[in-house]
Design a binder for this molecule. Structure first.
Ligand code: SF4
Length: 210
């Protein structure tokens, strides 16, 4: 994608989703950390439902660290990979207490010491909790980047993140991350992209990649 097309993309995203933001509901920062981990291969709607139950029953970090694994599995059952995620919930709470005095670290490497937290999840946490510019790439952004010719088949999320960060001004990283996710969730969906009404269809590669 050439520079002019990046500007078109930015303008289009601004017109469609001027106020795009995170759709995970949380009160406390550690709840957000857990929710982002839970959102792997699950929708934000499903995560909000189960996390509401989870945080009502276990309302402190300490109670989560000491939670019964089987009970947490039961609460997380509607989500994919719920057994692993239940272990990670308890593991995140324990690690935060034992290694970080219950305080969320802002450093990307330290964040990745929490179970189930990789580069993407750490980027999302840093952006939302600490407002540190980042542009982590999820499955929606990966798909859109390929359709628009930003990335090639086989590019990793990290490679796509680096390409996007080169072309998009740092001051827009967080907003663009949310806007692209909204675009993938509500407009350029996996199964039924709205190509007929899309202002990017003059240069989109969707016809050549299927
Ligand atoms: S033309 Fe279709 S596939 Fe391409 S960005 Fe627009 S909606 Fe998505």
């Amino acid at each position: 994608m050439i520079k002019k097309q990046y500007r078109l993309l930015e303008d289009y995203l601004n017109s469609l989703f001027p106020n795009a933001g995170c759709e995970l509901i949380h009160d406390k920062d550690y709840e957000f950390v857990i929710e982002v981990m839970l959102s792997a291969q699950s929708t934000d709607v499903a995560v909000n439902l189960v996390s509401n139950k989870l945080f009502k029953k276990y309302s402190t970090l300490e109670s989560l660290a000491n939670a019964d694994l089987f009970d947490v599995e039961k609460i997380l059952h509607p989500l994919g990979l719920f057994k692993n995620k239940a272990k990670n919930v308890i593991g995140i709470a324990k690690t935060l207490i034992e290694e970080f005095d219950g305080i969320i670290p802002s450093d990307k490497d330290l964040l990745q010491r929490l179970p189930g937290v990789g580069n993407k999840t750490a980027g999302v946490i840093r952006a939302e909790v600490f407002h540190i510019p980042d542009l982590p790439v999820d499955t929606h952004i990966l798909r859109i980047s390929r359709r628009l010719g930003i990335s090639k088949a086989g590019d990793t999320p990290l490679q796509v993140e680096q390409k996007l960060k080169k072309e998009i001004d740092q001051s827009r990283w967080i907003l663009t991350h949310h806007q692209l996710i909204h675009f993938g969730r509500y407009f350029c969906t996996a199964r039924k992209p709205n190509c007929e009404n899309c202002k990017l269809n003059s240069f989109c590669k969707i016809r050549t990649i299927h």
